[in-house]
Design a protein around this ligand. Structure first.
Ligand code: PAF
Length: 283
C-alpha cells in the first residue's frame, strides 16, 4: 500500500491509475477506525478496481468548544487495518498540507446545514464541505463512500457533488452497530461503562419511534415527546435534538404522511452521539 503525505503525490498516483484504466473508490476518514469504517472500505473495493483511504482530523469542522484536541487517534493501528483490508493507497496529510498559511477558501451550503446537527454545530458542515471538496480534487475518485450514521453529512456531500459538478458516485453505506445496538463511532471511546448503558437509549429510541408509527401514531410531536421522556430517564444524557424530518430537505414534519428520517443527537458524558433511521409508515 502506498502512503502519500503530499497532495501532489496523491494526485499524481490517481492520475496515473486513471491513465491505465483503473477506477478509484475513496473512503475519507478522521482515523481511529472501527468496523463501520471497515465496512465502507469493503464496499469501496466492490465498486472500483482500486481503493484510496484518507486519514485527516479536519480542524475546520470542529467548533471552539468541541473535541478536536481530544479526538482519539491510533495511526499505526489504522495503517495496519487499512493494509489488511487491501487498500491501494492511503492519503495522510498534515494540517499544513491541507490548510497552508493564508488559506482562505471555504464552501458553505445554503439550506441543508440549517437543520439537525448544524443548529448546535454552526460551522461544522462548512468544514466538512470544504475538506471533502479538497479531498475530491486531490484524490479524484470515481466513487466515494460515506456512512449513513452521519445522514446529514451524506446529504450535504450529495448536494455538494451535484452543485459543484464533481460527477462522483456518492455511495451511502448502512450504519454498523455493536451487538447491543449502539451505532459504531470513534467517539464511543469517550464513554465509561455506565455511560455506555445510557448510550443505548439512542438506538432503543429508534425502535420505539418505529413501533409508535407502526401502531398508528402520526403526530410527530407526540412521538418526539415520548422519546424525550425515554432518553431523559437515563443518567448522563443531555438531548441536543430529536427530529422527524423529510430525508431530502431535512425540514421537520408535523404529521407523518410519508417515509421520514428519525434522527437524534444526545450528549452522553463527553461523547456527542448521533443515530438515525428511515421509517416508512404502513398505510
Ligand atoms: O465522517 C467523517 O469522518 C468526516 O466528517 C469526513 C467525511 C472524513 C470529513 O472530515
Amino acid at each position: 500500500m502506498e502512503i502519500f503525505k503530499r497532495s501532489s503525490d496523491m494526485r499524481e498516483w490517481s492520475d496515473q491509475m486513471h491513465r491505465v484504466g483503473e477506477t478509484i473508490s475513496f473512503v475519507p476518514t478522521m482515523g481511529y477506525l472501527h468496523e463501520g469504517h471497515l465496512s465502507l472500505i469493503e464496499k469501496g473495493k466492490n465498486i472500483s478496481s482500486s481503493l484510496v483511504v484518507s486519514i485527516f482530523v479536519n480542524p475546520t469542522q470542529f467548533g471552539e468548544n468541541e473535541d478536536l484536541n481530544a479526538y482519539p487517534t491510533n495511526i499505526e493501528r489504522d495503517i495496519e487495518l487499512i493494509k489488511k483490508k487491501g487498500a491501494n493507497a492511503l492519503f495522510l496529510p498534515d494540517k499544513k498540507e491541507i490548510y497552508p498559511e493564508n488559506y482562505q477558501t471555504y464552501i458553505s451550503l445554503e439550506y441543508l446545514p440549517n437543520h439537525l446537527c448544524g443548529i448546535s454545530r454552526p460551522i461544522h458542515f462548512r468544514g466538512v464541505a470544504t475538506i471533502v471538496a479538497k479531498l475530491f480534487n486531490i484524490v479524484r475518485p470515481d466513487a466515494a463512500i460515506f456512512g449513513a450514521k452521519d445522514f446529514q453529512q451524506l446529504q450535504v456531500i450529495r448536494q455538494l457533488n451535484r452543485d459543484l459538478n464533481f460527477g462522483i458516485n456518492i455511495v451511502g453505506s448502512p450504519i454498523v452497530r455493536e451487538s447491543d445496538g449502539l451505532a459504531m463511532s470513534s467517539r464511543n471511546a469517550y464513554l465509561t461503562s455506565e455511560q455506555r448503558q445510557s448510550a443505548l437509549s439512542l438506538s432503543q429510541s429508534l425502535l420505539k419511534a418505529k413501533e409508535m408509527v407502526e401502531s398508528g401514531e402520526r403526530y410527530a410531536n407526540i412521538i418526539k415527546s415520548n422519546i424525550r421522556n425515554f432518553i431523559d430517564s437515563f443518567p448522563y444524557t443531555q438531548i441536543d435534538y430529536i427530529s422527524i424530518c423529510d430525508p431530502d430537505t431535512l425540514n421537520e414534519l408535523i404529521e407523518i404522511d410519508r417515509e421520514f428520517l428519525f434522527a437524534l443527537a444526545v450528549q452522553v458524558g463527553k461523547a456527542r452521539l448521533i443515530d438515525n433511521m428511515l421509517i416508512k409508515p404502513i398505510s
